[in-house]
Design a protein around this ligand. Sequence first.
Ligand code: FES
Length: 180
Amino acid sequence: MPRGSAPRAPQGPAASEPERALLAQAVALHLPDIPAEVPGGSASALLPILHHIQDALGFVPPALVPEIAAALSLSRAEVHGVITYYHHFRSAPAGRHVLQICQAEACRANGAEALMAHAGARLACAPGATRADGGVTLEPVYCLGLCATGPAATIDGQLRARVSAAAVDALAARIEGEAP
Ligand code: FES
C-alpha cells in the first residue's frame, strides 16, 4: 500500500438480493431525514442505516459495505472504519448466546478482567470471538451505564449488575445443556 493512503475495506463476494433490498429500505427510511444542503449530510445517515441493517440481520454483511458507501457517497474505508470503530456492530453473525462483559475502568476496578478471563476459560471462547460450534459470542464492551455496580454485563441482551463467576457458570451450563 502506498505510504499515506487510507486502509482498504476487505473485498469479498457481492451482496445478495435480500441484503440489497434491506439496504434500499434503510436508505429510504433514513436518508431523507438529512437535508440535501447540509454538508456531509448523507454521512450522518450512516449510523442509523448500520443500526437498521444489524437490527434486521444481527450483523452488517461485509458484502454490503461497498453498497452502503455508494449510497452515501462515502469511501468503503470510511464505512468499514465506522463498523470496526463501534463495538456494537458485528461483521459476522453472533452465536446463539451473547455474553458482553464491560471492560471499562470502573468495572475493571471491580474484577471485570478476572471475570472476562473466567468467561473465556469456562466458555472455551476467546474475547471478541464466537465459539466454533456457534454456542456463544463473548464480547468486551466499554461501559454499560452500571458503573457503580460492576462488573456489569449483558447476557443475551439483558443488562446485569455485579455479575459473578457463578452467573457465567450458569450460562455455560445452559449452553452445554443445549449441545446436540
Ligand atoms: S464502567 Fe462498566 S458499566 Fe460503566
